[in-house]
Design a protein around this ligand. Sequence first.
Ligand code: NAD
Ligand code: MG
Length: 281
Amino acid sequence: MKQKNFKPQKQKKPGLESKMIPSPEYISKKYKASGKLTNKVALITGGDSGIGKSVAVHYAHEGADVAIVYLSEKKDAQETKKLVEAQNRNCLLIKGDLTDEKFCKKCIKDVIKEYGRVNIVVNNAGTHFNTDTPSEVTSENMVKTFETNVYPLFYIVKAAIPHLSKGDTIINTSSVTAYRGSDHLLDYSSTKGAISTFTKSLALMLAKKGIRVNGVAPGPIWTPLIVSSFEKLKKFGKDTPMGRAGQPSEVAPAYVFLASSDSSYITGQFIHVNGGEIVEN
Ligand code: NAD
Ligand code: MG
């Protein structure tokens, strides 16, 4: 049988959170901050929208200044900045492409220039292309997915480590797909597996320095990343034991815990915020 030639899906323009209906919830009205990150400085990649935006807002509520890296969504980034500033904290916006190592170095340089230090690094930016069969995974999209989801962790971490010290933390965003596979995200789920293993190895490398490295593995969360067909959206998250998608506001508190001294004896681990799907760590 002749094999079909699949064209690479065009690199999606990232979805705008400001256009999502209903809008995602970034922080619950019930959330009670208690100064867990007072005077810390956090760099959050993909902090313009979705999970990263919610993390930025929670960190600001907990007393941290933040810097967020975003690809192109200026309006979303400015909205995050407003929410952070509403907590009387600072928000540095850094626009650019994390697949470029020079840009990753610049991100850390900019944070140090602005705040004089960095204590928390959240590697959260990511992308994916849906496919139903292995042959649909074009080399172009596979490379793009690895370049976006995995390489920047090496670039950012290498640039950040000279500035990190005892008590500082690195938190990486993986996915439930790393743990149970995915029938439509072959390349993406592989990058998330790489992120999980990267996290464990880096944790071992940095444990003696007192720098902790952990991760969060979300299930289906209501963010611009998942915006696809309307039919798929209606079903999004319905197959979890809890029967619904999660909100960013239900994921970000895990990032607060992992960044704060409340998790001081935890490194190399993942928190699975996925609506009840049981997976191994
Ligand atoms: P999102 O679209 O709101 O956030 C991703 C952000 O990454 C974008 O806003 C974009 O600015 C940034 N980004 C993408 N490519 C970039 C590049 N080359 N350079 C710089 N920035 C870039 O979506 P989200 O769902 O909040 O995603 C955050 C993380 O959570 C991702 O790593 C994603 O894989 C992961 N995740 C999401 C879900 C979910 O259901 N939403 C589930 C599991 C894991
Ligand atoms: Mg975005």
